[in-house]
Ligand binder design. Structure first.
Ligand code: PLP
Length: 389
């Protein structure tokens, strides 16, 4: 079967394959080739491809109600908001459709809060190499090298500091500042973990200065790090959290979550046609409930330790660098190999891995990945590292 791919806008350098089916950790293309998937839609399919839990939620909800417009409450919307509030310890939830939209909402919310409580302050201190999405404001909030000159003029108000530098944050905060915004682990940058004690210091500093702490948990949330949310490792409580990716387990849903004090939107400030639609919200409920089930997060942490440990052994043996990350968000620093070439070689061997940087591979399998699948990945990775020169 051949596919006409010419009408698809060229926004990504994709291999000439068409994926047609997935189950658990496996994906099949239209030629019947099988791939062990350690990308999982960029840490999105947290329960693997097409899990029964999601199929059932989709089926049940689709029969009852797909969408009733954001002008009315619906039942899954209420359930998911309650689940997210319970699990974050925060108070109010705005459901939306993508991570960038959730972050865009967080930026608007912080600016609104600034106009109310900080004399119109609007600046948000963000991190070098951070990633917050691809809308104009979230690109400006991101610290991805090269993005500072794209799509001018840029949305103003996002001074950058290095991750882990408390003094730099202190210096960047002025009377114009409303918040500090960051990822607990910088995922797209190549998996750099914000140290727990630094996050605690940052929480204290932002409280002392009277500004908000916004955590982008779009990649780290919903169990990815072995805890429900990345910030739990540091034992802190942010004012605003954004969720996406894993929240829908492969379907498009995201959330903006805020404490009562930070939740200052008034009618008309925020909205969107598909926001809180019943079908996606029902899936979100099923995913959050599955990830919070007894034992689930322990097994993520155990699988994560196994993956990191085995990667460490392989790296030591083959002379590669450090293994970084937490839970099932892990990176391997390569020595003398081009990560993009390794990822291509892996694809030829039936393994999907991601190369966020020229010297870094990233692993973000299903949270339900088995030991056998991790071993299978390592075997294919070893061969790919050998062949990709
Ligand atoms: C993926 C990601 C986003 C953007 O989410 P989209 O759904 O692609 O808009 C934002 N922040 C982080 C940390 C992400 O990993």
């Amino acid at each position: 079967m051949s596919h006409d791919l010419r009408r698809i806008m060229k926004v990504a350098d994709r291999p000439p394959l068409v994926m047609v089916e997935g189950k658990g950790s496996w994906l099949w293309d239209s030629e019947g080739r099988k791939y062990l998937d350690f990308v999982q839609g960029w840490a999105v399919n947290c329960l693997g491809h097409s899990p029964d839990i999601i199929l059932d939620a989709l089926n049940d909800q689709a029969r009852r109600l797909l969408n009733c417009s954001p002008a009315y409450y619906n039942e899954p919307m209420a359930r998911l908001a309650t689940l997210i509030a319970d699990s974050t310890g925060l108070d109010e939830v705005f459901l939306c459709n993508s991570g960038a939209e959730a972050n865009e909402g967080a930026i608007k919310l912080a600016r609104k809060w600034g106009s109310r409580h900080r004399g119109g302050a609007f600046e948000i201190v963000t991190m070098e190499h951070g990633f917050h999405g691809r809308t104009l404001a979230t690109m400006a909030a991101s610290g991805k090298p090269g993005w500072d000159t794209l799509f001018q003029p840029k949305v103003p108000g996002f001074p950058k500091v290095p991750l882990g530098d408390l003094e730099a944050v202190r210096k960047a905060v002025t009377p114009e500042t409303v918040a500090v915004m960051l990822e607990p682990i910088q995922g797209e940058a190549g998996v750099f973990v914000a140290a727990d004690d630094w996050l605690r210091d940052l929480r204290k500093l932002t409280r002392d200065l009277g500004i908000l702490l916004i955590l982008d948990e779009i990649q780290t949330g919903i169990g990815r790090t072995g805890r429900m949310y990345g910030y739990e490792h540091a034992g802190i409580e942010p004012d605003i959290v954004t969720l996406g990716k894993g929240l829908g387990g492969g379907t498009p849903i995201a959330a903006l979550v805020a404490s009562a004090g930070a939740s200052v939107f008034e009618y008309g400030d925020q909205g969107g046609t598909f926001n809180g639609n019943a079908l996606m919200a029902a899936v979100g409920c099923a995913v959050v409930t599955a990830v919070r089930a007894p034992g689930f997060l322990d097994s993520v942490a155990t699988s994560g330790r196994y993956l990191a440990e085995r990667l460490g052994v392989l790296a030591a043996e083959l002379g590669h660098g450090e293994v970084r990350g937490r839970g099932l968000l892990v990176a391997l620093q390569l020595q003398g190999r081009d990560a993009t070439k390794v990822a291509r070689a892996a694809l030829d061997r039936g393994l999907l891995i991601n190369a966020p940087r020229p010297d870094t591979l990233r692993f973000m399998p299903s949270l339900t990945v088995s030991r056998d699948e991790i071993d299978g990945m390592l075997e294919r990775l070893r061969l790919s590292l050998d062949s990709a020169t």
